[in-house]
Design a binder for this molecule. Structure first.
Ligand code: ADP
Length: 746
């Protein structure tokens, strides 16, 4: 059983494949570029189709370069000896010298071998008698298509030069080209640049006229007989020429030609290899006629296209463009983009950070400067600063502020302790406003007492509170404080002096009025005495008339009251007590003053007229001081009318309320005031009177100014002067019950 299986396995195993042998027969060295391409393709085609089953040998004969007649014979013997015992199936001959060698010696050297030739064009093959076992691939050289292409890509071409060498092969190719161009003449016609030694040729090519195109076929030797390798020559030509160079075979591409309809030796090698494979596979060579495949393609060198500024869009459809240098950008576009993006982002970030840092540094510097200035201002002006951050509930106070409020320098007080120290306690409304400023952010400005100094005197501060709201930083309350105790003390002193002066003025005025005042008092006193005596008499009589007695007693009482009222007014004027400002009716004040002045007016025979506004204008003022002003003006008016005929002496007193001002006007028919004296009459010690002091009007104006008002004098159009006192009108609806009156006495 086992034996049968073994036998089956042996028969089932494939027979050992027969090894085929192929010789690639070259005349030239295979390291020439064109042959190298051909050789590589031939070998690859054979070995890849028959892996491990084909042995490829290579022979380079160099018959063209070594022309001794004995050499081929010795070569023949050498090869026969070499391949003895190694039957060759196919010999592939490359170029015509190799084919000729095979035709002459093939049967001897490689008996039984078929011939596959390549690298020969039809014209080259000529009339050779091919044996039955030979077949091959004909090289189809074409020249006209390249010319057409060149003219198409260079529309303004004026000259076309065909450059070629001087070897026999060069000549053969040149003839083929000439023949082809002759059949289809071009415009401009092709000129031939041959028969020059290479250096001269290169020089000529370097100085071609504009609009010239160069075609290059081959140069195996120049006119001087110097041998060259055609593809090396093409590189020199392309480098030297000042015109674009076109070629006919693809091995020139990449060596300086722009391109052309190029024959591909690679494709040629592939065709020859395939042919050899068919023969190896058993098809008799005689059964395969030589083939002539179209192996040319429109091919271009991208670098040369750019050099000669040829627009790729003008290339024929399907043209192959080689040596396209993919720019770093094209190759690494995504990487570059990503890297550039990251770099950009990073740079932007850095720039932003730098800018931000700069801005911050500037802001910090500005802040430091501003803080320093603030400190200097604070210290030199005695201003204390504080702030409260609502977010963190922290209070900051400057050193000056700490000193003002009695904190140790550098402490950070709690909000409660700070407010307790700073808030205006004694003043309810002010305290409320301060509280609102802290809690609600309302602006606050004020002046208030915060306590007493060691001597028990009140300490005063003036302060302002402002709130700022910053995005993200929350609310911040900032305040400034300044000690105004001294200023207030000074103001108080001035006020006291002013009051003292005003008092002295009143005392002087009373002195001035004393004669008439004495009369004013004496008169009721005299009447009282007379009435008292009359009453006495009535009581001493038998029939005392009671009703008459009552009348007498009533008169006595009335006179008593009259005298008492005058004394009361005089006392009011000369007393030193400080009265607080109160809401006053101007009409009332006028009435009170007239009670004092009336006797004087009568005495001086001055008529009086009053025109009092209704409702009575109200002011907030010190009653006595206002009386003093009015009395002073009345006395001055009477003085001014001393020389006025007595029947023309008239004093007009009026009160008005207009545009927020309450006015008292004292109008006389006196001397009037010289025009340049209208303002100087208010200056101290300015008097025209023999026994005057020149202080009355000065005191009056200081009183009026202290009440927030103004005072001035004008001359009347007809005669005399009018003195005007304007005070802020106090609006008290319903308080002006005092009916206005228009009275006139004369
Ligand atoms: P005195 O009465 O002591 O002179 P006043 O200050 O009261 O001081 O007055 C200053 C001066 O103003 C007076 O001397 C007088 O020349 C002038 N004067 C004041 N009132 C009038 C007036 N009604 N008409 C004209 N001149 C006046």
């Amino acid at each position: 059983m086992k034996l049968i299986l073994l036998v089956l396995l042996l028969f089932a195993a494939p027979a050992q494949a027969q090894v085929r042998r192929v010789v690639l027969l070259y005349d030239e060295r295979t390291d020439l570029p064109g042959l190298a391409v051909l050789d590589a393709r031939l070998t690859r085609t054979l070995t890849s189709a028959l892996p491990g089953q084909v042995e490829v040998y290579r022979e380079t004969m160099d018959l063209s370069r070594f022309s001794s007649p004995r050499y081929p014979l010795l070569l023949k013997d050498y090869l026969r000896a070499k391949y003895e015992g190694k039957p060759i199936d196919v010999v592939i001959t490359v170029l015509s010298p190799a084919l000729d060698f095979m035709l002459a010696h093939g049967a001897e050297v490689f008996p039984g071998a078929s011939i596959v030739f390549c690298g020969i064009d039809r014209r080259d093959l000529g009339a050779r008698q091919l044996p039955a076992e030979a077949t091959g691939v004909l090289l189809k050289r074409e020249f006209a298509p390249t010319l057409t292409l060149a003219l198409r890509l260079h529309p303004g071409t004026r000259r076309v030069l065909l450059v070629s060498g001087s070897s026999a092969f060069d000549h053969r190719l040149l003839e083929a080209a000439t023949a082809e161009f002759r059949t289809a003449p071009s415009r401009p016609p092709v000129e031939y640049l041959t028969g020059l030694p290479l250096p001269a040729l290169l020089d000529t090519l370097a100085h071609l006229p504009a609009h010239t195109v160069v075609l290059y076929s081959t140069m195996f030797a120049d006119s001087a007989g110097r041998p060259y390798v055609p593809h090396e020559v093409v590189a020199q030509i392309a480098r030297a020429a000042n015109a674009p160079v076109y070629g006919f075979v693809d091995q020139y591409l990449g060596r300086g030609i722009v391109g052309g309809h190029l024959y591909s030796l690679d494709a040629h090698g592939e065709a020859a290899g395939q042919l050899a494979l068919r023969v190896l596979a058993g098809t008799a060579a005689s059964a395969i006629p030589p083939i002539e495949p179209a192996a040319s393609m429109d091919m271009f060198d991208w670098r040369e296209l750019r050099r000669w500024r040829i627009d790729e869009r003008r290339l024929p459809a399907g043209a192959i463009v080689r040596y396209r240098s993919v720019s770093v950008w094209e190759r690494y576009r995504p990487t570059i983009l990503i890297t550039a993006g990251v770099l950009l982002l990073e740079s932007a970030l850095i720039v932003w950070l730098l800018l931000e840092r700069r801005v911050r540094r500037r802001a910090q510097a500005a802040l430091r400067t501003s803080e320093a200035r603030g400190q200097i201002a604070g210290v030199s002006l005695g201003v204390g600063f504080w702030s409260w951050d609502a977010e963190t509930d922290r209070v900051w106070i400057s050193e000056q502020c700490a000193r003002l409020l009695g904190f140790d320098p550098g402490t950070e007080p709690q909000l409660g302790a700070f407010l307790a120290a700073v808030r205006p306690r004694a003043d309810g409304p002010l305290n409320e406003a301060f509280e609102r400023a802290i809690r609600e952010g309302a602006p606050f400005d004020g002046e208030w007492a915060i306590g007493t100094d060691p001597s028990g005197a009140p300490r005063w501060i003036a302060g302002a509170v402002r709130t700022s709201e910053e995005k993200g930083a929350g609310r911040r309350v900032t305040g400034a404080l300044i000690d105004v105790t001294e200023r207030r003390a000074a103001e108080r002193t001035v006020e006291e002096q002013r009051r003292e002066l005003a008092h002295l003025g009143r005392v002087a005025m009373v002195g001035e009025l004393s004669a008439t005042l004495a009369h004013e008092i004496n008169q009721p006193l005299g009447a009282i005495v007379t009435n008292a005596r009359a009453a006495e008499r009535l009581l001493g009589g038998p029939d005392a008339d009671k009703p008459e007695l009552r009348v007498i007693l009533e008169d006595i009482a009335a006179d008593g009251w009259r005298a008492a009222a005058v004394v009361q007014h005089v006392r009011g004027l000369v007393k030193k007590d400080q009265a607080e400002p109160e809401l006053l009716s101007l009409n009332e004040v006028v009435g009170e003053v007239l009670e004092l002045a009336q006797a004087d007016l009568r005495h001086r025979r001055v008529g009086l007229s009053t025109r009092l506004d209704s409702p009575a204008p109200l002011v907030f003022a010190d009653r006595i001081q206002l009386q003093q002003v009015l009395l002073n003006l009345i006395i001055n008016a009477c003085d001014a009318m001393t020389d006025t005929p007595s029947r023309e002496r008239l004093l007009l007193l009026s009160t008005t309320a207009h545009e927020g001002k309450a006015r008292i006007e004292v109008h006389d028919r006196g001397t009037g005031i010289p025009p340049d004296g209208l303002s100087s009459v208010f200056e101290p010690f300015m008097t025209t009177k023999r026994d005057g002091m020149g202080l009355g009007l000065t005191i009056c104006r200081s009183i009026v100014t202290a009440h927030g008002g103004q005072m001035w004098a004008v001359n009347n159009p007809e005669r005399g002067a009018t003195f005007v006192v304007a005070l802020p009108l106090a609006e008290q609806p319903g308080a002006a019950a005092d009916a206005g009156r228009l009275a006139s006495t004369g």
